[in-house]
Write a protein that binds this ligand. Structure first.
Ligand code: ZN
Ligand code: ZN
Length: 376
């Protein structure tokens, strides 16, 4: 179905080409083609790996205002009803990053045609879902050279209606870490357990003990989750398993409790090693720092939203999901907000179809807010 809204068209094109982290080659080319077709007088473009940085020069800049959009898709086989489904089998924009990039292009286009005093830095960041593009991009020379004085981002929210913006000062998203544990013992015949050491039993003990970390080591007023989502062990029913692999994730609401939980995991795993005479290896995979919204910046935005009525404001609770935008916010004041895009299926679901009318809402809010910030 065709639509008259050019940004909806762009979103649909991006939706068809989801790519994994640091392999966003077609996506980068698509964005660059669009950016290079804009009037060139005010813009300067740089690439960093598969990411892009665009500077829109202000009329009389005293600061740089940043907006970040993430670029990667997920290894999910799409099951939407769309005619414009993913053309990359096994990959899908199931986290709305197609929408985020489209909004980035809309903001860019608006300020190319309606320049403000300050410089605007558009950041198209690869690999949000993994292995994590924010931290290395932030440390790059390309970024440091144009480092913004404040930075903003949004994430679509399937649970809020279109026209709603949900945000809160302070922590918005949790600290997250992947967790992979490999246990190696000695396999053997099921009838001779005394000659083997059974990694199915060791893994079972380990899972139970990991859960006691949350109930016994984390401050009840803080919040933490350890989920083991997958266990792999053994070859068949009458052979004692030599290896076990546990895959999971850790979520905490504070940086300190993440460190504490990890050191407790290490202690519990050493106990399993000693108790079962096996070897264990821990790998934390991708780690995301909390998204901590600057109190003052966020309050100012919330007041502005309420006084202008540009969207309906909801002060939300923090979520146990992860987002690598937290790395930007650890060094630069700013905030991330939820953009209502109501749809029955949640983020990372193969049937998620965010309401595309959210794009116009975001463009209205961001262009007006950034212009207002620059005029102050
Ligand atoms: Zn995601
Ligand atoms: Zn996402």
């Amino acid at each position: 179905m065709a639509t008259a809204n050019p940004y909806v068209e762009i979103r649909r094109k991006l939706h068809q080409i989801p790519e994994p982290g640091f392999q966003e080659f077609k996506t980068q080319r698509f964005l660059l083609d669009y950016i290079e077709a804009l009037p060139p007088e005010r813009i300067e473009v740089r690439t960093w790996r598969t990411g892009i940085l665009v500077r829109v020069k202000g009329k009389n800049p005293s600061k740089r205002i940043g907006y970040r959009a993430d670029m990667d898709g997920l290894p999910i086989a799409e099951e939407t009803t769309y005619e414009f489904r993913s053309q990359h089998p096994g990959y899908m924009h199931a986290c709305g990053h197609d929408v985020h990039m489209t909004i980035g292009l809309g903001v860019l286009t608006h300020f190319v045609h309606n320049p403000i005093n300050d410089d605007l830095i558009l950041i198209f960041q690869p690999a949000e879902e993994g292995p994590g593009g924010a931290l290395p991009m932030m440390e790059s020379e390309e970024f440091q050279d144009w480092k913004p004085d404040s930075i903003y981002a949004l994430h679509i929210a399937p649970e809020y209606p279109v026209g709603t913006i949900a945000v809160r000062p302070g922590i918005l998203f949790a600290n997250t870490s992947e967790l992979f544990i490999e246990l190696t013992g000695t396999g053997g015949h099921a009838a001779f357990p005394h000659k083997a050491n059974d990694m199915v039993v060791a893994a079972s003990h380990l899972v139970t003990q990991l859960q006691s970390i949350i109930s016994r080591n984390v401050d009840p007023l803080d919040s933490a989750v350890i989920t083991i989502g997958r266990i792999e062990s053994g070859t068949r029913q009458n052979i004692i398993a030599e290896k076990a692999r546990l895959e999971g994730t850790i979520r905490t609401l504070s940086v300190e409790s993440m460190e504490q939980v990890k050191s407790r995991i290490e202690a519990v795993v050493s106990g399993i090693e000693a108790g079962f005479g096996c070897k264990a290896e821990i790998d934390y995979g991708s780690n995301y720092r909390q998204v901590y919204n600057d109190e003052q910046e966020t309050r100012e935005f919330m007041d502005w939203l309420q006084s202008t009525g540009t969207a309906t404001l909801v002060e939300c609770r923090e979520a146990m999901t992860g987002e690598d935008f937290g790395y930007f916010l650890a060094g630069i004041p700013g905030f991330m907000f939820w953009l209502g895009a109501e749809t029955p299926y949640g983020l990372h679901h193969s049937r998620m179809e965010p309401d595309e009318r959210a794009i116009d809402v975001a463009l209205e809010v961001l262009t007006k807010y950034i212009a207002w910030k620059s005029g102050r």
